[in-house]
Write a protein that binds this ligand. Structure first.
Ligand SMILES: *[C@@H]1O[C@H](CO)[C@@H](O)[C@H](O)[C@H]1NC(C)=O
Ligand SMILES: *[C@@H]1O[C@H](CO)[C@@H](O)[C@H](O)[C@H]1NC(C)=O
Ligand SMILES: *[C@@H]1O[C@H](CO)[C@@H](O)[C@H](O)[C@H]1NC(C)=O
Ligand SMILES: *[C@@H]1O[C@H](CO)[C@@H](O)[C@H](O)[C@H]1NC(C)=O
Ligand SMILES: *[C@@H]1O[C@H](CO)[C@@H](O)[C@H](O)[C@H]1NC(C)=O
Ligand SMILES: *[C@@H]1O[C@H](CO)[C@@H](O)[C@H](O)[C@H]1NC(C)=O
Ligand SMILES: *[C@@H]1O[C@H](CO)[C@@H](O)[C@H](O)[C@H]1NC(C)=O
Ligand SMILES: *[C@@H]1O[C@H](CO)[C@@H](O)[C@H](O)[C@H]1NC(C)=O
Ligand SMILES: *[C@@H]1O[C@H](CO)[C@@H](O)[C@H](O)[C@H]1NC(C)=O
Ligand SMILES: *[C@@H]1O[C@H](CO)[C@@H](O)[C@H](O)[C@H]1NC(C)=O
Length: 377
């Protein structure tokens, strides 16, 4: 462990009321030198694994690590921005002094942990001579305008990651890469601990579902595009498909909807989608909304009240049932517009997808703890 004094001489922290609050420049991320890595590990309450890398890695596993690395770089930027907003009392991000210190201490730890997740993935890519190791990009955080909306965004993207890492673990197994699976499982638990904390801050029970909602890499990769302003590399070189996004219209100011059976309205911009061409202007197309929730097999419902609009009629608006009661769709549901139904696996859905993902969050009741309000417990 580095002493606080050493940390201070690194010039990377300022001490406020006895707690370390980092500044975001001195850690050398994403390429820290030995001293900087020691600093990050100290902030993260743990180190990178010291096990040797596996003897080989299947080429097919490279995009899995590129996606993990890319996503972790995004998370590092998000938490850096959130810490800065809270530290500088940005409007909407002001907290009472005591809570401010404690939440910052937690987030500073999370940031360093995410940095190590990113460095771990990039070390794998570097070791196996991947042609592209994603560097951090410039990002935007749509909807994150105050502490509550920002934590809600963190809760949702963490839920998405929790589903995506399931797909990563299965992909590595299929590719014969048993070596890194244990570590991926360890990160799943780690992100789950974070998710529980964000949920509690949002007045929700920390554990969301008995089996967390699964996801597929291509939907995670598509969802990440909305945060990217620009990257210092050609993002298309990461060989994962990007789908047009599926907007859930009923969700206002975030992905949250009410806990009940309902008809949802969706919109997708299908300009330039060759998969969508054959359906344009068809008001009764054989299209479905396919939902992922928990470990249920994909749930498909037909699209209804279809409307094509916009220049070239390539914007699509439609409705679909959300079977909340029957399937107990509490927590994260991931929606896709698909050309078939009756799926027996998650991977199959990717091949039949026209637009995805639509992210839906359903909260089941509210606790009264109000950890983000100014009041005492
Ligand atoms: C790492 O970089 C920092 C900042 O440039 C520098 O102060 C430190 O001496 C470097 N440490 C090593 C081991 O190179
Ligand atoms: C930080 O504040 C800025 C300005 O209000 C906002 O645009 C950004 O989304 C915030 N970042 C996070 C992570 O909430
Ligand atoms: C990566 O490339 C270097 C330099 O060409 C080579 O020495 C090394 O064996 C390669 N690593 C792997 C895992 O193939
Ligand atoms: C590499 O991954 C591909 C795709 O999953 C698989 O078909 C192939 O058998 C794997 N190779 C090895 C050596 O396991
Ligand atoms: C980016 O990569 C894609 C896929 O390899 C390629 O088709 C495209 O031409 C590249 N774009 C640039 C600007 O290099
Ligand atoms: C969702 O929006 C559609 C279309 O505007 C509407 O028919 C439906 O009732 C809305 N559902 C809810 C729960 O508000
Ligand atoms: C739809 O997508 C196309 C291609 O990405 C884009 O040029 C166009 O501006 C989008 N239209 C709307 C209404 O968002
Ligand atoms: C769809 O309908 C619009 C409006 O009638 C028309 O302008 C457009 O050419 C049609 N597109 C196709 C592919 O049929
Ligand atoms: C999907 O399965 C249901 C129930 O088994 C059946 O009624 C329906 O025709 C199937 N749909 C397709 C497109 O095969
Ligand atoms: C955040 O939500 C809590 C209750 O959940 C509320 O007391 C607080 O005022 C909200 N903060 C902002 C900035 O909206």
């Amino acid at each position: 462990m580095l002493s606080r004094v050493t940390l201070l001489t690194l010039g990377a922290v300022a001490l406020t009321t006895g707690r370390a609050v980092r500044r975001d420049t001195a850690d050398g991320f994403p390429n820290p030198n030995a001293t900087q890595l020691e600093f990050i590990q100290d902030m993260a309450d743990g180190t990178l694994s010291d096990a040797p890398p596996p003897p080989s890695l299947n080429e097919s596993s490279i995009p899995i690590f590129q996606l993990i690395n890319f996503n972790e770089n995004f998370e590092v930027a998000f938490f850096t921005s959130l810490i800065k907003n809270i530290t500088t009392d940005e409007p909407g991000f002001t907290l009472p002094a005591e809570k401010k210190d404690e939440i910052l201490e937690i987030l500073v730890t999370v940031l360093a942990q995410e940095q190590l997740h990113a460095i771990d993935a990039s070390n794998v890519l570097k070791h196996f001579n991947a042609t592209l190791v994603p560097e951090p990009c410039t990002y935007t955080f749509p909807g994150a305008i105050d502490i509550n909306s920002s934590i809600a965004l963190a809760a949702t993207f963490t839920d998405v990651v929790l589903g995506t890492l399931q797909d990563a673990a299965e992909g590595l197994a299929i590719n014969g890469d048993l070596g890194p699976i244990r570590e991926v499982a360890s990160i799943i638990g780690q992100e789950g601990q974070q998710s529980g904390f964000y949920r509690l801050l949002l007045n929700q029970k920390p554990s969301q579902k008995p089996f967390l909602t699964t996801n597929v890499g291509a939907f995670a990769w598509s969802a990440l595009q909305q945060f990217v302003v620009s990257c210092p590399f050609n993002i298309s070189e990461i060989e994962i498909p990007v789908f047009p996004s599926l907007q859930v219209n009923n969700a206002t100011g975030g992905p949250a909807i009410a806990p009940r059976d309902q008809r949802l309205s969706f919109v997708a911009n299908l300009t330039g989608s060759s998969e969508a061409e054959q359906f344009v202007n068809d008001t009764d197309p054989a299209l479905f909304v396919t939902y992922f929730s928990g470990q249920l097999l994909p749930i498909s419902v037909p699209v209804e009240d279809v409307e094509w609009f916009g220049e070239d009629s390539t914007q699509l608006r439609f409705e679909a049932e959300f079977p909340f009661e029957e399937k107990v769709l509490v927590g994260l549901t991931i929606a896709a517009l698909t050309t078939s139904d009756n799926f027996t696996s998650y991977g199959e859905v990717v091949g039949a997808t026209i637009a995805a993902p639509g992210l839906i969050e359903v909260a089941d009741g509210e606790l009264g703890w109000n950890l983000l309000s100014g009041e005492e417990l």
